[in-house]
Ligand binder design. Sequence first.
Ligand SMILES: C[S@@+](CC[C@H](N)C(=O)[O-])C[C@H]1O[C@@H](n2cnc3c(N)ncnc32)[C@H](O)[C@@H]1O
Ligand SMILES: C[S@@+](CC[C@H](N)C(=O)[O-])C[C@H]1O[C@@H](n2cnc3c(N)ncnc32)[C@H](O)[C@@H]1O
Ligand code: SF4
Length: 376
Amino acid sequence: MVIPLSLYIHTPWCVQKCPYCDFNSHNIKHGPDYTQYIEHLLCDLKQDLKLTNGRSIHSIFIGGGTPSLFSADLIAHLLKEIQNIIPFESDIEITIEANPNSVEADRFAGYILAGVNRISIGIQSFQAEKLIQLGRVHSPDEAIKAANLAKELKINSFNLDLMHGLPNQSCQDALLDLKRAIEINPPHLSWYQLTIEPNTLFGSKPPILPDEDCLWDIYQQGHQLLIENGYQQYETSAYAKPGYQCKHNLNYWHFGDYLGIGCGAHGKLTQPDGKIIRTIKTRHPKGYMEGRYSEKTYTVPIDEIPFEFFMNQFRLHEAASKQQFIERTNLTLPVIEKPIHQAIKNGYLTEDQDYWYLTEKGHLFLNSLLELFLEN
Ligand SMILES: C[S@@+](CC[C@H](N)C(=O)[O-])C[C@H]1O[C@@H](n2cnc3c(N)ncnc32)[C@H](O)[C@@H]1O
Ligand SMILES: C[S@@+](CC[C@H](N)C(=O)[O-])C[C@H]1O[C@@H](n2cnc3c(N)ncnc32)[C@H](O)[C@@H]1O
Ligand code: SF4
């Protein structure tokens, strides 16, 4: 069985850093040279090619930062050159993340001509006051226009990113945001609960967030609303209409392989001898643009592989295939007999001949369950 190979491309710039965000992104005021960056991405890819062993690309995710700061011509050039370096599978999914500012939304049609077939728009909220608190540089009107534009362009799929549990947000406000998103009817909706990350402005000056009861009500009622409107939850924060799950994310969570190019991107590449190589690229654009792409490359120790497999797999709301464990880890089932037995005894898992099933208790005590694979 050939392990699917995805490609993640990181673009490290944004118009303005949002106070909650700890993604690797830098303010554009330092005047990035986008054209030069694309050439570095291509060199970076060529250097990783030896790790791919002749496989084609299953999905591409151009993430950020704000990839929609790049013109459609540059994205077209990037995708064309990538295809000259490595072949694409015929039904490849190509996603670009976009901010809803009008200038960037104007580029959507050009991205589609360039080969992009999935656009992921960072809406966050439809309420002006919330967008200001979140330091966003777009208005609710721009958010609605960008989402409707993606819909009119009739691409394979588009996604809206929405956040909930925002500072001073009531349950009613959060549900109103979700209803507005559902009205647009995107095939895919990512609905994230705001987390306060240590290395951010919110981390150093935490805003007042809704209490636990309110967060629980938002989640319960929002989840119900999504289900009633035909969305299926396939990961904690990922909802999709049937057939519209994101192939790129699924490949990560199924412990597939991926190349990671660009600042701070990471990759996972299984080699013919069964070794799993991880790559980490230089985080800062300065070092990266001087041609120092690689920060670290290492082989995942064999005794950490089961933990890594299950950490990804158990994010998904589906049974875990035993056959896939064997194929993706190059290990045998007896290697994990002890932790699996313990997990079943603790009520975290059930199993049949072909699959393991996470129980409700397993969901609640996911960290304890995963720790069992580290003790092995
Ligand atoms: C790389 S960012 C999105 C790209 C794009 N620059 C944007 O902001 O529209 C991916 C998504 O992660 C979510 N996100 C970022 N920081 C978060 C946080 N601290 N808590 C919850 N969700 C977060 C946001 O919904 C964001 O759209
Ligand atoms: C969480 S998803 C964004 C979801 C988005 N809302 C959507 O459905 O389009 C972003 C994808 O990019 C990948 N990714 C983000 N940062 C990365 C990095 N530094 N290196 C490699 N992959 C990364 C994630 O693992 C994931 O598959
Ligand atoms: S949320 Fe998006 S726009 Fe805001 S800093 Fe993070 S990557 Fe940039």
